[in-house]
Design a protein around this ligand. Structure first.
Ligand SMILES: Nc1ncnc2c1ncn2[C@@H]1O[C@H](COP(=O)(O)OP(=O)(O)O)[C@@H](O)[C@H]1O
Ligand SMILES: [Mg+2]
Length: 360
């Protein structure tokens, strides 16, 4: 196996798959993990918000989505269908931010404080409320797995976001929030000067007495976690650039998706985060046959014309896709730009298996 991504798969501890929404990050992450399991013995794909089809392809029961987030080792039957040797360890885990945060809280706070924090509405809503927290939990999870040396390689599928670069902005976003006035308002010690400047009864009226008290409790308790999270945000920023991590950007030949991809590549360059490969997914391959000879003469009149239109449409899409690929290959010379074909199979196994062969 000496394809464009095989070196990456062989040498990294973590492959971070990023890109715009719906381009196929989760599918490509799973395909990369399958490819990797043929070379390395303990591979895990950590996926976020996986499609139903992907879970089915992996034989992963939906119920596990809502459980603790412990990885599930794929069965021999699934590995066989994916052409992964039975001896290889290939696991899948679905990120559950709540589970990760609970772990941090238990490590950092006393049981009574942790219990109080968990009771607040803000805590329950926290992963939705704090932008960047989901990304942060993915990082916490991956680094824990690496430090425990449970896997040779972890393929990390990044969470769905409006912009692909949001994953890399997560540490900054969290830092901004932790240092923001929201925290200062509610904190008794550090924010006292600020606190004295605003009318508390006003906030209390707005939130209602119960929610206000809860908010104070939440922020006071959460403050004990702040230093740990801030320090880890610093590590997270360094993690993106480290030699153990390989960033792979995924796009499609669609105009909006290529713009997003190029924006992401530029952003990474600015941030000095090395991009190791580009994957262009859902490429229409020029596979139109000699249709004229194959159309049976007994077809209703007009039907062959419709078929011809369809074939021409496909051909045009294919040509556009290949032109996009060519342009990217020229623009990013030195970087592997890999094309993954659009698959029309209804069988998830077939898509993943084919992708995994294309990728390396
Ligand atoms: N190469 C492909 N051929 C056909 N369908 C694909 C391909 N890659 C992804 N898909 C489909 O596109 C949809 C979005 O893919 P997904 O991996 O969930 O994207 P993302 O994680 O970027 O949101 C899914 O239904 C998936 O099965
Ligand atoms: Mg996804």
């Amino acid at each position: 196996m000496t394809g464009p991504l095989s070196e990456l798969i062989r040498s990294k501890r973590c492959i971070l798959v990023c890109g715009g929404g719906g381009v196929g990050k989760t599918t490509i992450s799973a395909s990369l993990a399958i490819a990797a399991a043929r070379i390395r013995s303990r591979v895990l794909v950590l996926t976020i918000d996986p499609s139903h089809r992907l879970l089915q392809a992996f034989g992963y029961p939906d119920a596990l989505l809502h459980s603790g987030g412990e990885p599930l080792e794929l069965s021999s039957a699934v590995k066989e269908a994916l052409q992964v040797p039975a001896s290889a360890g290939l696991s899948i885990a679905v990120l559950n931010p709540r589970y990760v945060i609970d772990g941090i809280v238990d490590q950092t706070l006393s049981p009574s404080k942790a219990g109080n924090l968990r009771k607040t509405v803000l805590y329950r809503e926290m992963t939705q409320m704090i932008h960047g927290l989901q990304e942060y939990t993915a990082y916490e999870w991956v680094t824990r797995m690496i430090s425990e040396d449970r896997y040779d390689l972890i393929v990390l599928d990044t969470p769905p976001a409006f912009h692909a670069k949001e994953f890399f902005n997560a540490p900054g976003k969290i830092r901004n929030l932790m240092e923001s006035r929201v925290f200062q308002i509610f904190l008794p010690k550090t924010g006292s000067w600020f606190r004295s400047m605003i009318s508390f009864s006003w906030i209390e009226k707005l939130l209602g007495e119960g929610l206000f008290r809860e908010s104070v409790l939440f922020f006071e308790t959460f403050f004990s976690l702040r230093d740990r999270i801030l320090a880890r945000c610093q590590d997270l920023a360094a993690f993106f650039k480290s030699e153990t991590v390989g960033v792979v950007a995924v796009g499609t030949p669609e105009l909006a998706a290529t713009h997003e991809l190029e924006g992401l590549a530029g952003f990474l360059r600015e941030k000095k985060i090395p991009l190791r490969a580009i994957v262009i997914n859902q490429v229409e391959m020029p596979d139109v046959g000699r249709w004229e000879e194959e159309v049976p003469p007994e077809l209703p009149s007009g039907f062959p014309d419709k078929l011809k239109q369809l074939a021409e449409h496909h051909q045009a899409r294919s040509e556009r896709s290949l032109a996009v690929l060519e342009r990217l290959r020229q623009g990013y010379s030195g970087l592997p730009v890999v094309a993954v074909p659009m698959s029309y199979s209804a069988d998830g196994f077939v898509i993943l298996r084919n992708n995994s062969i294309t990728l390396i």
